[in-house]
Design a protein around this ligand. Structure first.
Ligand SMILES: Cc1cc2nc3c(=O)[nH]c(=O)nc-3n(C[C@H](O)[C@H](O)[C@H](O)COP(=O)(O)O)c2cc1C
Length: 390
């Protein structure tokens, strides 16, 4: 990736932050309010176990963005400082610029230098060789490797790839070869259930659904075309909320990113089953508008407000949010109907776990509605009716 292209991405991504297009399906996810569900703030913990070998002190991370040019090296330095001060994990942008031109190593390496004890992820695409993946991990002393999937971006990108069939075998090869956990992510067009299932078979440790609703790389790449002739691709893919619903019980831990705007979206994503929640474009905008203190302030506020929501909702841990009752409405409900996802189960699940209304954790059966046996029987029946399988 050329340094110029990386700088273009930053400029166009920030323009999008100022003029967002399309809706955000997180607006179609709401919590059922249980007025006696609340617990005491000191009981709330932010720690998460995302996947085997990936445990984080907080459920929010700074997702892949930059490196490869002087300007984006400075951005990485500032992002790393914010990560260090707040304890959030952080990912580098794609390290292909480094493979092509090792002289830009420092624009990536700064992520580790500024944040020596933090959780740092290296990022490559699905054409990287095993040797390149290892170089990326070594340069950052990375704790995990992200491999990004971006067929829509490549399709709209004037100089993009047009051959994708080697991606799955390459992911499998890398996952088997490297020492750190591999997380596969989309860049804003979403991962379908089928893709998540395929990734589970390829040996990756977790999938970041990277859905639609925030930064739109089809729009970014079309913005780099003189004639803008690929405008029909704007908004391609599934929203982050839709992806999380689609990936329920798919057998692979999932992370959420794409269009996460505030702590409520973080809570919604966690409630939809994400192990942790990432932001890119929004954090970048804060950094470029207000500098490192503004980004530290935003992340600190998000963590504090998420804990406040957990307290009100009776969720001692971020993972406990996945037992809260959720209502799915509008076009997201249509998506669920067509994909065979029983939304009513989400609206009543606390009654089978007792996670609301008593503040006593799971298994008390204290929530509203019928007993756990009948809910489970209904769920089983619906599973059979819809024929929804792995
Ligand atoms: C300026 C910019 C550069 C990005 N570069 C990369 C990249 O190199 N590799 C990658 O996997 N994702 C990249 N992304 C995608 C993000 O990691 C994320 O998946 C996507 O932006 C959706 O999240 P958001 O809506 O919070 O921005 C980039 C995003 C932005 C804003």
């Amino acid at each position: 990736m050329s340094a110029q292209r990386k700088d273009d991405h930053v400029r166009l991504a920030i323009e999008q932050q100022h003029v967002p297009l399309g809706g955000n399906q997180f607006d179609e996810v709401s919590f059922v309010h249980h007025a006696l569900a609340g617990i005491d703030r000191p009981e709330v913990s932010p720690a998460v176990s995302v996947a085997d070998g990936i445990a984080w002190p907080v459920p929010i991370y700074i997702n892949a963005m930059t490196g490869g040019s002087v300007k984006t090296g400075a951005i990485n330095r500032d992002l790393a400082t914010a990560a260090r001060e707040t304890g959030v994990p952080i990912a580098s942008g794609s390290m292909h610029a480094y493979f092509k031109d090792p002289s830009c190593a420092d624009t990536f390496r700064v992520l580790r230098r500024e944040n020596p004890r933090g959780f740092v992820m290296a990022n490559v695409n699905a054409t990287a060789s095993v040797a390149d993946a290892r170089r990326a991990i070594d340069l950052l002393e990375a704790d995990a490797l992200q491999i990004h999937l971006n067929t829509a971006q490549e399709t709209v990108m004037p100089e993009g790839d047009r051959s994708f069939s080697s991606w799955a075998p390459r992911i499998e090869e890398i996952a088997a070869a490297v020492e750190v956990p591999v997380i596969v992510k989309e860049v804003g067009n979403g991962l379908s259930r089928q893709t998540v299932l395929a990734l589970a078979d390829l040996g990756v440790r977790a999938a970041d659904v990277g859905g639609r609703g925030g930064t739109d790389f089809a729009r970014i790449e079309n913005g780099r075309r003189e004639a803008g002739e690929y405008a029909f691709m704007h908004g391609w893919g599934q929203s982050t909320a839709a992806c999380l619903l689609d990936a329920q019980d798919a057998g692979l831990p999932v992370l959420a990113s794409g269009g996460v705007r505030d702590p409520l979206d973080v809570a919604r994503a966690l409630a939809l089953g994400a192990g942790a929640v990432g932001s890119s474009g929004g954090f970048l905008r804060t950094l470029l508008d207000g500098g490192v203190p503004a980004l530290i302030g935003q992340i600190t506020a998000w963590l504090d407000q998420l804990a406040a929501l957990q307290t009100m909702l009776g969720a001692r841990t971020p993972a406990d949010l996945a037992r809260c009752d959720l209502l799915i409405s509008g076009s997201l409900r249509d998506f669920c109907a067509d994909r065979g996802i029983p939304t009513w189960q989400l609206a009543r699940r606390s009654s089978s776990t007792g996670s609301t209304g008593s503040g006593k954790g799971s298994g008390t059966g204290a929530g509203p509605g019928s007993g756990s046996g009948s809910i489970e029987a209904e769920a089983e029946a619906l599973h059979e009716m819809t024929g929804r399988t792995r």
